[in-house]
Design a protein around this ligand. Structure first.
Ligand code: ADP
Ligand code: ZN
Ligand code: ZN
Length: 801
């Protein structure tokens, strides 16, 4: 007799161990580890993963139920993945089922049909299969199931005669595109009468007249008349046209890729690559920190390392943060490796993602370029793993399993004995600290690849601007510089640091933001209660009417949207052609790419945007970068605020002067004396690193201390608070006395989806008891608290607190 050890998918249930199920005789050859099955659990059949197969069971045979259904004829999870799931479970304290699910594409969780495709000679099929393939080459697997012919089908799969494919049912996922229908000629005349002093709007209406009644793409109109989308929207609001929505079908935006060859490396690049290749040759896991300034040619090193892996018939994973998964970035990989590259990002539909995953699983590609979850790409012979912009917080998943892609990369690197490259101009503090300790091997690129000079950075004190009577969001210096670019026909990038939208209060006269009396952190503005709160210790106070430092009444809530900036540019520089890139203008698929292409072709003078333009942009004609407000990220209630600001300033500045023309950068700020801003002028990482490490040491934050966060939520505020109190008490009485337990406090979002959220923060240096104590707590939660509607989560190494 054979038994399957199955991890069942009953996430609401406090079960987290494999259960034994009997494998019916006729399925013994069918069921393998890594297959999905349906098994009886309680009153119903549930989904499960087979994580092991054995000849015997500790459970008395008469009590063992049998597997009810086989879902996969081939394993969809390799032995490596099953091991990785076990490791993730311990590493992040999650349910094993969550760890298993996270490795699979969403399609395998959605509704789909399985088909058997005939790919070989039909005459070689078992006779019971042959009738099915007489008329068709594609047959629904359900038919074989009904006829009890799965066993023969599996043999056909093994013999390479048949391929099993899943087809996702894409219900309600029809894509829509927004178009513009132009009004009638009479209507256009009427609207034109209303417009007095807006020459661009009048020009647009004039242009529209021959097209009265036509349906056009908004981008095409803007392009033809050379106006911004804001101008178009202006006349639409007045009634000159209306937006309509049309359905489109899956047709990913494709364009021709020009093949590129290896560049001749600079000495620095060569030295770095040699070390990486050495590790590859010796088949040794080694983690490299490739610390290279912006434009130093890190990507070229990735490309050549990958080429080496491919030459050895191995595979490569390249992770990039979602926002820098720009077409420009992926194109660089496609132009070097062509069809060997799969791309995975959130812009793909469930079906498209599944297609890419399938290519990897079947060995049809050698390289995947993707966001965080691509770290689970089902390759079977990895030769290198790369994390670009390794400092990005998006590499940490915020839901269970709360894994960090960097840790998974290193785990997989060890499994395959292959190197891992962490690349960044501004590494995470803890990464750099590890490199200095020798845990990672530090590779440094100090010069730009084409030895262009770094751009000249000017820090502009916005308090002085205000004193000089300039209330615009553009300083005199930035305005002058912009005008120069417009005259010279060069391009500029304007960056709006929009994180922390409207969330903090700042004095416009002295630059002070309101601080918590207990923590070195800005208070957060809570609009509804009209209060300022500290997310670390729970302190709160009413919004001051005057600045606590200088008594000025010139207080403002921070946050300016891109649209507002666009309007202001329009007023200041009516002649400028502006491309606004933010979540609103890039919602449509492919629009991101089209906008960047247009900018690359010089169809706009100014590219205005948020985070999404901070990375990966590489255009020769950009000679000016303006940061409108450096402060927004500096005052976030986050101990990493300074680090993030420095990283962002360095990234953005790196967009200017990457080619022949020298670049210039203006960083506008109300706190020019802050070290994160001051040091970003020279763009030297090391002085910043040392200064920030000192600050972390003094304040007791990572990497000197570790953090763990326990969160408790409940629909009832009293219950949530009470159990959070119990958590704090439990932790305090069970952990060593030098571990600090902060809280319970309300979470930064005190209520989410109608659940009240409380949390306890654990700060520790060395605490061997931490994991056992947390596991004990979780046991208590799973056996008792869960019934009361409490949800408890544990995040080791939280990114956001
Ligand atoms: P990073 O990723 O470090 O910011 P990139 O890889 O984008 O830098 O390189 C910056 C620019 O330098 C790119 O235009 C790239 O094509 C070019 N480049 C990189 N390495 C070389 C080289 N060895 N010779 C000439 N140009 C190079
Ligand atoms: Zn003040
Ligand atoms: Zn505080």
């Amino acid at each position: 007799m054979k038994f399957a050890q199955v991890i069942v998918d009953v996430s609401a249930y406090p079960v987290d161990r494999p259960f034994d199920y009997l494998i019916p005789k006729e399925w013994e050859e069918l069921i393998d580890t890594g297959c999905r099955v349906k098994v009886p659990f309680g009153p119903r059949n549930v989904l499960g993963f087979v994580v092991g197969i054995s000849e015997e069971s500790d459970v008395p045979v008469e009590k063992i139920k049998a597997v009810a259904q086989v879902l996969d004829l081939e394993s969809i999870l390799t032995v490596e993945m099953l091991e990785l799931a076990k490791w993730l479970k311990h590493q992040t304290i999650c349910y094993e089922i969550d760890a298993l699910q996270v490795m699979l594409p969403g399609a395998l969780r959605a509704k789909y049909e399985k088909y058997a495709m005939l790919i070989g000679d039909a005459t070689q099929l078992a006779s019971e299969l042959q009738p099915y393939f007489e008329k068709a080459t594609k047959v629904n697997v359900a038919q074989f199931e009904k006829a009890n012919a799965l066993k023969s089908l599996k043999q056909a799969v093994n013999a390479g005669l048949v391929l099993i494919e899943n087809e996702v049912k894409q219900k309600g996922q029809v894509k829509q595109v927004r178009k513009v229908q132009i009004a009638s000629l009479e209507q256009l005349e009427v609207v034109q009468q209303q417009i007095k002093r807006a020459p661009k709007q009048i020009a647009l209406i004039e242009w529209m007249k021959p097209y009265a009644g036509a349906i056009l793409m908004p981008d095409a109109i803007c392009e033809a008349v050379n106006v911004t989308s804001a101008v178009l929207k202006g006349v639409i609001d007045k009634g000159a046209a209306e937006y309509i929505h049309e359905e489109v079908y899956r047709d990913p935006y494709t364009k021709e890729i020009v093949h590129t060859d290896n560049l001749t490396l600079t000495d620095e690049q060569h030295n770095a690559l040699t070390k990486i290749k050495q590790a590859m040759e010796e088949q040794r896991q080694e983690t490299f920190l490739l610390h290279g300034i912006t434009g130093s040619g890190k990507t070229e090193i990735y490309l050549q390392a990958i080429q080496r892996a491919i030459a050895e018939n191995k595979e490569a994973i390249v992770l990039v943060p979602e926002i820098s998964l720009t077409p420009q970035m992926t194109e660089r990989f496609k132009s070097r490796f062509g069809d060997e590259v799969a791309v995975m990002h959130s812009g793909l539909s469930v079906g498209e993602k599944y297609d890419e995953w399938r290519k990897i699983q079947q060995g049809k590609v050698k390289v995947v370029v993707g966001a965080r979850s691509a770290i689970f790409a089902p390759f079977k012979n990895l030769g290198i793993i790369i994390l670009d912009e390794e400092h990005e917080s998006t590499y940490k998943q915020e839901d269970s399993p709360r894994y960090h892609a960097r840790d998974v990369a290193i785990w997989r690197g060890k499994y395959y004995n292959c190197p891992v490259i962490l690349g960044s101009a501004t590494p995470a503090l803890e990464t750099y600290a590890r490199a200095k300790k020798g845990v990672y091997t530090l590779l440094t690129l100090n010069n730009r690849a084409k030895s262009q000079a770094l751009p000249t950075v000017h820090i502009v004190d916005m308090r002085e601007e205000l004193q000089a009577g300039n209330r615009s969001m553009f300083s005199q210096q930035l305005m002058t510089a912009l005008l120069e670019r417009l005259e010279r026909g060069e391009q500029a990038v304007l960056f709006l640091n929009r994180r922390g939208y409207s969330s903090f209060v700042l004095c416009r006269d002295c630059g002070t933001s309101v601080q918590c009396p207990n923590c070195d952190i800005s208070l957060t503005y809570h609009r509804y209660q009209e209060k300022l709160k500290c997310h670390y210790c729970g302190h709160e106070e009413y919004i001051p009417e005057t600045c606590p430092e200088c008594q000025s009444e010139n207080i403002r809530y921070f946050g300016t949207g891109t649209q507002k900036v666009e309007e202001e540019i329009f007023k200041l520089f009516p002649q400028a052609r502006v491309l606004r890139m933010d979540v609103d203008t890039t919602r449509q698929k492919g629009s991101h790419e089209k906008m960047l292409d247009a900018f690359g072709r010089g169809e706009a003078d100014i590219l205005l945007g948020t985070q999404m333009i901070a990375k990966g942009l590489d255009f020769p004609n950009i000679t000016l970068v303006g940061v409108l407000s450096a402060d927004t990220s500096l005052h976030l209630p986050d101990y990493r605020a300074a680090e993030k600001t420095f990283q962002l300033m360095t990234q953005v500045s790196g967009r200017a002067g990457r080619h022949d023309k020298p670049g210039e950068v203006f960083i506008q700020t109300y706190t020019p004396e802050h070290y994160a801003i001051e040091l970003s002028k020279e763009q030297h990482y090391t002085p910043f690193y040392e200064r920030e490490m000192h600050a972390r040491h003094t304040a007791g934050y990572p990497p000197y201390y570790y953090l763990a966060l326990v969160q408790v939520t409940h629909e009832d505020v009293v219950m949530a608070a009470e159990y959070a109190g119990r958590v704090a008490e439990y932790l305090r009485s069970n952990l060593s006395f030098d571990v600090s337990v902060i809280g319970p406090t309300t979470a930064s979002i005190a209520r989410l989806q109608n659940r009240y959220r409380y949390q306890c923060l654990i700060k520790y240096k060395i605490e061997p008891k931490l994991i056992p104590v947390l596991l004990q707590l979780i046991k208590l939660y799973r056996s008792e608290w869960i019934k009361k509607g409490i949800v408890l989560t544990v995040d080791l190494d939280p990114q956001m607190i």
